[in-house]
Design a protein around this ligand. Structure first.
Ligand code: UDP
Length: 246
């Protein structure tokens, strides 16, 4: 079931259900799109209706941060859990390995996707990675050609938001074999180990955002969108609704 949280229709699923929904997309007849907005991205979507529509056109929308989960709670539409994009991707790797699904990795700086591929194969023995490409291309046509030539059935698009969502929407019709594609931000850096995740205790205390802020203080401008987003949720609750919800 989809829940409208400040204009974005999130799927209310726990991790296990999200992975099952992801697997269902693999059996579909079109490239199913998965998006994973966090509070920063969801805040941008409140201010940009075209971006909001783009996100809402996805087949599956998973809440990638505790900010979204908190806003949903404030709006009295509690989501079952946060489903971080990188955790969803990690779980999907085992599904791909079991099914023999070919995965293509697109995004991040040169060399990162290859390093991520090695780590992924260790996590999910038998996983078939059919191609990799960095995310700093000028022309998109050769990228699409390479993905089609690889026979990829699953595609991780890690170009950051909103670039990755625009890329997926623009090219879905041209991808011949892809059945599942997911916009996963900086996840390839996470898999490759170039950007470390917060320690488990911080994740448990929902402080992953604080860890990222300490590691990358230049993100402060972007990260201020998180409290702004939560304030929007409170305002909507006090008013008994917002212009984005119906
Ligand atoms: N990136 C890319 N091509 C671009 C811009 C960014 O491949 O033109 C990559 C960048 O290297 C990083 C990811 O996209 O790996 C964005 O990471 P970030 O953590 O900023 O993404 P978020 O999930 O926060 O949107």
């Amino acid at each position: 079931m989809k829940w409208n949280i400040l204009g974005l229709r999130f799927d209310n699923l726990n991790m296990e259900e999200a992975v099952a929904a992801g697997e269902q997309l693999l059996d579909g007849d079109h490239p199913g799109v998965v998006v994973t907005p966090n509070a920063e991205i969801a805040y941008e979507a409140c201010r940009d209706s075209a971006f909001r529509e783009l996100l809402n056109s996805a087949d599956l929308m998973l809440p990638d941060g505790s900010g979204v989960v908190l806003a949903a709670k404030i709006l009295k539409k509690p989501l079952k859990s946060k489903v971080a994009g990188i955790d969803f991707a990690t779980n999907m790797l085992s599904v791909f390995a079991r099914r023999g699904t070919k995965l293509y990795l697109l995004g991040s700086k040169p060399g990162i996707a290859e390093a991520a591929a090695e780590k992924m194969k260790q996590k999910a023995p038998g996983l078939q990675i059919c191609g990799t490409a960095d995310g700093y291309f000028k022309d998109e046509a050769p990228v699409i050609e390479a993905i089609n030539a690889s026979g990829a059935e699953a595609l991780f698009v890690c170009l950051g938001a909103p670039k990755q969502e625009k890329f997926m929407a623009a090219h879905a019709g041209e991808l011949k074999t892809v059945r599942l594609m997911a916009g996963l931000g900086g996840s390839l850096d996470g898999f490759a180990g170039t950007v470390k995740r917060a320690p488990k205790w911080m994740i448990r205390l929902q402080l992953e955002w604080l860890y990222r802020l300490i590691k990358e203080p230049r993100r402060i401008g972007r990260m201020m969108r998180l409290p702004k987003y939560v304030i929007l949720a409170w305002k909507a609750r006090i008013k008994g609704g917002s212009k984005w919800e119906s």
